[in-house]
Design a protein around this ligand. Structure first.
Ligand SMILES: Nc1ncnc2c1ncn2[C@@H]1O[C@H](COP(=O)(O)OP(=O)(O)O)[C@@H](O)[C@H]1O
Ligand SMILES: [Mg+2]
Length: 356
């Protein structure tokens, strides 16, 4: 014989006769070893629910001190799953209860037939709850992993940028200097190939600088996020021929974000601008940052061909998914949608109190 699981069921019900009927049902149920914890009003029930001893809750609709719906609203979101007991004619109540977080409901009929279904219904609800918990845990773990990898990648970029700068950058500067000296020493008879070589060395230095900056823009560390965003927007516009505007409201420039958050916002705008250049066929791009209530609002808007629903739903949009995950890790939200006047609007909202 398999072991019967031991389960604590909290019943919040003011009618003693109904509670006694439940007691009898659970005592006789072969499916599990149920222990019934009883509360005859809402406040008592909420106290017991918060104490964390109940595996699930059976909730009556009409309680002396509050309605079952109010009870649901006051239950912490990570509280035990709730099965609502409703009257025969209250489909609306059941629907509203589910909307407020009840996991299931049973209709109480006058003859007590619902009692026969109670143990099996509760076990089914708990099975579903376990699956849901498992899924949530897995999602949270994936998110933590993604954030961790992101920070590893950022450190790696910084390290590579440093190395290229110190090693390769130094060598190229040395080569160019030697060629310069050789040209000077040779005077008028200098081989024209030397001048060519000097030009190539200069090109190589410029390339190295660009690669380093793409890996980790030093303005981000030196001048902070807001200046870095203005600088980067201008760079992208110059390279791609886009018209651009970047407006950071004065009250935003006062906001100080920690290094991780600044890097995150910079990378998101960077990816957003790359998308505009790659996909939008736009003439203009705008980057704006302002405060709205306790939130920071950062947008990248273009006047290009726009983005289709189909593209947005396409699971393989790693750029967009990556942006979304990054922002979510800092408690914010990212939306990409068609702009009000055409084009595409990328919008980041970030609660500020969590960042400062
Ligand atoms: N600003 C934009 N304008 C038009 N289409 C866009 C824009 N940004 C993204 N898209 C569309 O969404 C798709 C997914 O973007 P993304 O996840 O960044 O992937 P990738 O840039 O690698 O294609 C793009 O391939 C493109 O079709
Ligand atoms: Mg992209």
């Amino acid at each position: 014989m398999t072991e019967r699981p031991a389960l604590n069921v909290l019943i919040v019900e003011d009618d003693l006769v109904d509670r006694m009927a439940c007691r009898r049902t659970f005592a006789a149920a072969p499916e599990a070893a149920f222990t019934l914890v009883e509360a005859d009003n809402g406040e008592h029930g909420l106290g017991l629910a918060r104490s964390g001893q109940a595996d699930c809750i059976l909730l009556d609709y009409g309680l002396p001190d509050m309605s079952g719906l109010e009870f649901l609203s006051r239950l912490p979101p990570d509280g035990p799953p709730v099965m609502m007991l409703t009257g025969a004619d209250s489909a609306m109540v059941a629907a509203e209860a589910m909307r407020r977080g009840a996991r299931d409901y049973l209709v109480k009929d006058g003859e007590g037939r619902y009692l026969a279904q109670l143990p099996a219904s509760i076990l089914r609800m708990l099975r579903e709850q376990r699956l849901l918990d498992g899924k949530r845990r897995a999602e949270a773990e994936l998110r933590t992993l993604a954030a961790h990898q992101e920070s590893i990648r950022e450190d790696e970029r910084k390290r590579i940028a440093q190395e290229i700068h110190d090693e390769l950058g130094g060598l190229l500067t040395g080569i160019k200097a030697y060629i310069g000296v050789a040209i000077e020493r040779a005077g008028a008879g200098a081989d024209p190939l030397l001048a060519e070589a000097s030009g190539l060395a200069q090109d190589a230095i410029a390339t190295v600088r660009r690669v380093i900056t793409d890996l980790r823009p030093s303005v981000l560390d030196q001048l902070g996020l807001w200046a870095a965003l203005e600088w980067h927007t201008e760079q992208v516009a110059q390279r791609s021929g886009l018209r651009h505007a970047c407006r950071i409201e004065p009250d935003v420039s006062e906001v100080e974000l920690d290094a991780g958050c600044s890097t995150m916002l910079f990378r998101v705008v960077q990816e957003g601008l790359t998308n505009v250049v790659r996909h939008a066929h736009a003439r203009t791009v705008r980057v704006d940052a302002r405060r709205e209530g306790g939130r920071l609002l950062l947008t990248v808007a273009d006047d290009g061909v726009g983005i289709t629903e189909e593209r947005l739903r396409n699971g393989a949009s790693w750029g967009i998914i990556g942006m979304q995950e990054r922002v979510r890790h800092f408690g914010g939200e990212l939306q990409i949608a068609p702009g009000t006047q055409g084009g595409t609007l990328l919008r980041v909202q970030l609660p500020l109190e969590e960042q400062q």
